[in-house]
Structures are given as C-alpha cells and as structure tokens.
Design a binder for this molecule. Structure first.
Ligand SMILES: Nc1nc2c(ncn2[C@@H]2O[C@H](COP(=O)(O)OP(=O)(O)OP(=O)(O)O)[C@@H](O)[C@H]2O)c(=O)[nH]1
Ligand SMILES: [Mg+2]
Length: 425
C-alpha cells in the first residue's frame, strides 16, 4: 500500500535527449532519477529522444513536444524535469508550450542543495548560486507581463520590462551583498588554513561521489583514534548530506598526525554556478597533501562514479601531482567480490563496520611519512628538553634507560634528524 506521504509528493516526468549516441546517456538518466527522489518528488515517467543536434528554441525536437504533452496527461505529472541545463529562452518556450512547471538538471540540484544547507556559509553559498542561475532567467518569469517597444532607458520601457529591470537590479545588489559576506567568511577560513599550513601537519582530504561514505569514514577515524563522540560529523543515506567542510586532527600512529577533512560530495555535471559559489569550500581539497578518493564499491555503477569524481577534481583545478588513494568502501556488502590482490594505493574497506581502517592508516603513513628516518639516539640526562620534544614530535618505537641517559629508537622528520644528529648512535 502506498503511504500517504508518497501520494502528496509532486509527480515528475523526466525528459532526456541522447545527443549523438552518448554512451553515458542511460547512466545520466538513472542519476537524474536519484536526484529527483532526493528532491522529495516521485518519478512517474521517462521520455527520451535521440538527436544529432539540439533544437535551439526548445532543446528537444519540435515533434517530441506533443509526446511530452501526452505523457504529462497520462502520468498526471506536476512537473517536467530535463536532464540537461536549459537556456533561459528554451525554458520560457517550453513553459509556454507545455503549460507546466519545468526544472532543468541545474535547477534541481540547486533545489536539493537549498533544502540541505545548514551552516551559515552553506546557506549563503546556495543562495548565491541560485541567484546567479536565476538572473538570466528573469525574462521567462515575467513573460506574461505586457511589453512595449522602447529605448534602453528605464523610464521609456513598458511596465513588463520595467519590472524585469527592477528585479534584475535587486538581484544584482543581493548578489553583491552575498559575495561580500562570503568574502568575509572566506577570510576567516583562510586564516584557519594558514594556521593549519604552519602547523606542518599534512592535510588529507576525503573526496568522492555523494553518498559514497566520506562522512562515515571520517567518523570511523574519530571513533578509532579519538574516542570523542561529540566531534563526529553528520552521515546519512541521502544525496548531499554534507555541504560544508569539517577538519579533524587525527593521530594515526604515535606522533604522526593528519588533518582529515570531509567536504561536499560530487555528482556528474555539477552546475557551474554551484562550483563558483562553493569555491572556498572546494578549495580545501586543493590544499591537500593527500586525497582519499572514496568509492561506493557496492553500487553497480561505481566505475561511473569514479570517473565523475576524477573529472570534477580536474574541473575545480586540483593539482594532479597530489597523491590519491582509492578507497573502495561498503565492501561489507561485497565480501564475495573482493580482489585477491590489491593495486598500489588502492584499498577495500567498510567505513560503517570499521574494517580496514588500520590498513588504510598504514597506506596513508607510507605516503605522508615515508621520508621519516628510523634511527637510535642516546640523549644525555641534562638534555631532558630534547627528549620531551622528541616524545611529542617523533614516533618513539622503544625507550631504554642507561648510565648515560636515555636510549631511544625512533622515526623522525628529516629536519629533526639533521638537527639532533649528534645524538644518533
Ligand atoms: N553497508 C555500508 N554502508 C555504508 C558504509 N559507509 C557508509 N555507508 C552508508 O552510506 C550512507 C552515506 O554515508 P555518508 O557517510 O553520509 O556519505 P557521504 O559520502 O558523506 O555523502 P554526502 O555527504 O551526501 O556526499 C549512509 O547511510 C551510511 O551508513 C559501509 O562501509 N557499508
Ligand atoms: Mg558526507
């Protein structure tokens, strides 16, 4: 039996154009369905068309418009969702022909982000992205207003155009104001970043397709290494549960700390206005010394998701020289499909069940602390301050006391090794 709630959900008819036999087309439609569900709507039908080129005024071919009209009636749809981004003119033309609300992929993703934003910065970023997106689309919203031919000055325009012009100015002012407030927040963020850089603790960024388990992995680290319940992050089975960045200092082995950061997830064709508005949140990834690319191995489309993430990293300008570990997550659901031999810098784990966390830490350690030098130092009693510095900053493997002082076996940074070379035995 259908739940009452389901009946109240808006019914969406999906429309997709397969341009020049795109091999990613069916994947894109599947993804759009998930985005529609994430926006709390039901999918009641899918209409597709194969085209060589788009039909500029409507995006879809003119003949297909009638099919969509029939589809709307048959499925009793409340809204039509297009799989691509529509130009303002296309949106207006289609609304006129179909007489129904229309959302394109970008509008849909923006709507999901709006409903998820919790922190002040995320809210401001989403609002900015929405305004940037709606500005060129204003004409469509006011098309029903009367127009007169007129010169370009406001006073000579017809009432419809005047209204659009006033709205446009209002939105432009609001965009200016939002950017200013976001710049202020970015300054605070940059100061925090500077402090982090100065601390010399390597930054490890969790990245990946939305819902891959990044936040769950962050929590697994907090659980395993910090035992600090209230510092956990929000994890949830929904697209875009996380919209901001959280950083935690984790000691993955004695005196080897990392700054682990969890941030917003990706989806294919992430709208440009969002990438622009979320610039400062996404910039956190650019500063990383190591990227953990988290992949939901239990999803049959995981290879597609992998590509989406790799492409998005390129798009936001992440340096290709940053090392990446591929973390195949949710392996607890795939125990019969685990490879016998893992590739280099690849690991199969379960963030939820906490399987493979220690092994992942070892991989991280091998990359970030590989230049640590293993040695023995004999520290005389009178140099207790050096012993306490090394206790705090090096990985001490063994400590023995003898007549000359303390003999330690340790792994330390090359800088510390050269500084304290005289103690090496
Ligand atoms: N079975 C299983 N489920 C997992 C595992 N890791 C995460 N999940 C589930 O996957 C869902 C999404 O997890 P999140 O950690 O919120 O995913 P995310 O990558 O942070 O997602 P966004 O913040 O939305 O981008 C949750 O319901 C988790 O319980 C795992 O190892 N095994
Ligand atoms: Mg998350």
């Amino acid at each position: 039996m259908k739940k009452m709630n389901d009946e109240l959900k808006p019914k969406a008819l999906i429309v997709g154009v397969n341009l020049r036999n795109d091999k990613n087309f069916s994947y894109s439609i599947e993804e759009l369905k998930n985005l529609v569900y994430a926006c709390n709507m039901d999918v009641v039908g899918v209409i597709t068309q194969n085209l060589e080129n788009i039909n500029k005024p409507y995006y879809i071919g003119t003949g297909k418009i009638e099919d969509i009209n029939i589809g709307i009636n048959q499925c009793q749809a409340d809204i039509v969702v297009f799989d691509n981004e529509l130009s303002p003119v296309q949106l207006r033309n289609l609304e006129k022909k179909l007489n129904i609300s229309i959302l394109d992929r970008t509008g849909l993703i923006l709507e999901i982000f709006r409903s998820r934003a919790k922190t002040k910065e995320a809210k401001l970023q989403v609002e900015l992205a929405k305004l940037e997106y709606s500005l060129p689309r204003l004409v469509g919203l006011h098309d029903s207003l009367g127009r007169q031919a007129g010169s370009s000055t406001l006073s000579n325009k017809g009432s419809g155009e005047k209204k659009i012009e006033l709205d446009r100015r209002k939105i432009e002012n609001k965009i200016y104001e939002l950017k200013k407030r976001l710049d202020e927040l970015e300054k605070i963020r940059n100061n925090q970043k500077k402090r982090r850089k100065n601390s010399n603790i390597p930054i490890v960024a969790l990245v990946g397709y939305t819902n891959a388990g990044k936040s769950t992995l962050m929590n697994a680290y907090i659980d395993t290494y910090k035992k600090d319940e209230d510092k956990k992050v929000y994890e949830e089975n929904m697209l875009f549960a996380t919209l901001d960045t959280t950083v935690r200092n984790i000691e993955i082995s004695e005196n080897k700390n990392i700054l682990l950061s969890d941030t917003v997830g990706f989806v294919s064709k992430l709208p440009h206005s969002l990438i622009k508005a979320f610039r400062s949140t996404l910039n956190e990834i650019k500063d990383a010394d190591l990227i953990l690319h988290v992949i939901d191995y239990s999803d049959e489309k995981y290879e597609e998701y992998e590509k989406v993430t790799t492409n998005t990293l390129k798009e936001i300008g992440v340096d290709e020289s940053i090392p990446i570990i591929k973390v195949y997550n949710k392996s607890d659901l795939m125990l019969d499909r685990l490879p016998l031999v893992e590739d280099k810098n690849t690991i199969y784990i379960s963030a939820l069940k906490r399987y493979g966390i220690y092994e992942l830490s070892k991989l991280i350690e091998n990359i970030l602390f590989k230049n640590y030098i293993k040695c023995k130092m004999q520290i005389p009693f009178q140099d207790g301050d050096i012993l306490s510095y090394l206790n705090d900053n090096a990985h001490i493997i063994n400590t023995k006391y003898n007549e000359q002082g303390t003999l330690i076996e340790l792994e330390c940074k090359p800088q510390d090794y050269s500084k304290y070379k005289k103690y090496v035995v």
